[in-house]
Design a protein around this ligand. Structure first.
Ligand SMILES: NC(=O)c1ccc[n+]([C@@H]2O[C@H](COP(=O)([O-])OP(=O)(O)OC[C@H]3O[C@@H](n4cnc5c(N)ncnc54)[C@H](OP(=O)(O)O)[C@@H]3O)[C@@H](O)[C@H]2O)c1
Length: 170
């Protein structure tokens, strides 16, 4: 099963944060929904999932398999809870999915990256700047370096550029 990390970055390289005052751009949301539909699933950290619920989006993905990674969340009907990134992937693999879409947020993305569990990156670079904020990292306890191969680059509209990379073996 291929693992694809999907994230929005700001034009100055932050891991983009959203809020009611600064919601994600429609083009980025549409792109996420299209990838989730194609994969048939997405994996999300507990805080991002709660943000989606608060924004009214937690239950609007039809029959897409949603896996929330958390050690603390109470069971939610229709949602699978996994205690770790590996447990989330094992669940989707045994369900027969070909691709797992890793939707965020920062802690969850960094856990997958730090454990070397990502095959492909999709970065949507949005035309916004942020101050001190969140970042993606492959480090756990010491400096690491990894090559990536650019697979594709295209505009999504709304000033967003999508970059797609292979990481790991290529
Ligand atoms: N740029 C983007 O594409 C994008 C996408 C999504 C979200 N975001 C932004 O990201 C921010 C939210 O991210 P966040 O880092 O605060 O939270 P998060 O990654 O959404 O959720 C963190 C929670 O997920 C669980 N978790 C994460 N890694 C785990 C692991 N290895 N094992 C077990 N559980 C794990 C834990 O839940 P428990 O505490 O319950 O154990 C943890 O507290 C927001 O600002 C949001 O706007 C950006």
């Amino acid at each position: 099963m291929k693992t694809v990390l999907w994230a929005t970055l700001t034009a100055n390289g932050n891991y983009a944060q959203s809020s009611p005052e600064h919601p994600p751009k429609k083009e980025a949301l549409d792109d996420f929904a299209a990838h989730a539909k194609t994969a048939g699933n997405f994996i999300v950290g507990r805080r991002t999932f709660e943000g989606m619920q608060a924004a009214g989006g937690g239950g609007s993905f039809g029959d897409v398999d949603i896996v929330v990674v958390s050690k603390s969340i109470e069971p939610i009907p229709g949602i699978t809870v996994a205690g770790s990134p590996k447990e989330a992937l094992d669940y989707l693999q045994q369900k027969g999915h070909q691709t797992a879409l890793i939707a965020g947020g920062a802690d969850l993305h960094n856990a997958f990256l730090g454990q070397g569990l990502v095959d492909e990156l999709i970065f949507n670079v949005a035309p916004v700047l942020e101050g001190k904020g969140l970042h993606l990292t492959i480090d756990t306890d010491r400096y690491q370096y990894k090559d990536a191969q650019l697979l594709d680059c295209k505009p999504l509209g709304g000033g967003i550029i999508q970059l797609r990379y292979a990481v790991g073996c290529f």
